[in-house]
Design a binder for this molecule. Sequence first.
Ligand code: BES
Ligand code: MN
Ligand code: ZN
Length: 513
Amino acid sequence: MAREVIRIGVQVKTSDPVETVTDLLAVGLFADGPDPELIRELDKRLGGAIGRVRKLGDFTGKTGTTALLYGSGTGPRRILLVGLGERKKANVETVRTAVTTASSKAVEVKARTAAIAIHYDFPFVREVHAGQIAQMLTEAAYFGAYRWDEYLSKDDNGRPDKITVTILTPGLKARAYGQGVEIGTILGEAQNYARTIMNRPANEVSPEALAGEARKLARQYRNLSCTVLDDKQLAAKKFGGILAVGQGASHRPRLIVLRYRPRKTGAPTVGLVGKAITFDSGGISIKPSEGMQDMKFDKSGGVAVLATMRAIASLKPDVNVVGIIPSAENMPGGGSYRPGDIVTTYSGKTVEIQNTDAEGRMLLCDAIHYATTLGCQAIVDAATLTGACVVALGEWTAGVMGSNEGLVSQLRAAATTTGEKIWELPCGEEYLELMKSKIADLKNTGGRWGGACSAAAFLREFAGKTPWAHLDIAGVGCVDGGKKYSSPGSIGFGVRLLSRFVCDYQPVKAENS
Ligand code: BES
Ligand code: MN
Ligand code: ZN
């Protein structure tokens, strides 16, 4: 690897935006007036430049649009106007996107320092706790400034090595802001860490390499411990699903287990399970070659769990967390599992293989059953599981299914706060019927219709009585985010969501559904 990804730092200051010495000051403008005092002050300072840009119609304040102006003498060297759209439609998401845009632009113009005043005079700002606002602004700054360019060997590829983003605040709330920035930094860094590993190709990230990353985290954080089962240990313990998926590849499968232990005794235990297929060629049921390169992202669920464990180690919630990451490469070869094979999974249930490309569930069923044996009171899995989920919900929203309404609603609440969108889909009895085989306990495909739901119904069978929920992140995890977001590659979906879920976790009662 030729270089490191960009280093990002975020801090808080109470200085006056107009007087702040910085490479770029970002301010927000609504499409409809009146302009707040800050904008009027800036306009005066710039000799009426903001008014002129508006008058020419080059900048209208429409959402997603920006205009760059240049300062003179002291104060900000550049002023970035970021459109916030209509005032009455503005919400937290408006600010989040605007800050992402601003920090991305800052990197684009090679700024070493940037100051954010987009949230000034924002209507909701007075209603939300200052710490939460600062956290959201920090996370957005991290998200927007991120670039994945570690494999470009050229030294100067057009960005600074480090950018420092200053969040400006009009006095008073500086302390709450400081705490928010601290938490936002932990989450922003964890999310970008996830993006880097998700983006790395399969020749760099094998199951073994992923296990190495987990071990590295356990060395860095005293409250994390890591155990890894290799293929021989998996065979001895009869993890038939994981082994079947991995048996065609020369990179051997692994089961990675990361544990976080809080100081408090008697805390509940939550299991996070993440699918980590380092490359999904489809195996013997091989995928079409078009777009196959995106299947390096098929490890995104597992990497989201890995990065969540890292965030949790710093956030230190009073919850025991077990991160379980089954990892394999799904490849065609002389040793591959085949359509027609009957696999005995870790739980003892047998599965008839109809399609080797439905490999995620084969790996997850072992990991979910394993989680139930570790005393988890609740299990949440994240997986780039089905193309059907992408068809149903598109590239913006993940599917959520579960056996326990309380658990699903806690995930929904977490998602609302972090701005990661999830939508519930069913996974009940009718769907399980689709997964029944005549020659084994289950089969691994359920036909064309409702594919995301039947896949979830399959997984549900392996959670037993333990409350379980599943996030199908195929749409948000396996796509190259370049067009919609700040930079090409993964968006690190799930890291903030799962971290938030764990920190806010309230014990759920097992339902007998
Ligand atoms: N990793 C894929 C799911 C996927 C597809 C993610 C497209 C992102 C974009 C998964 O392993 C898979 O291949 N699923 C099959 C299942 C089918 C054979 C029952 C699918 O969805 O086509
Ligand atoms: Mn597949
Ligand atoms: Zn897959």
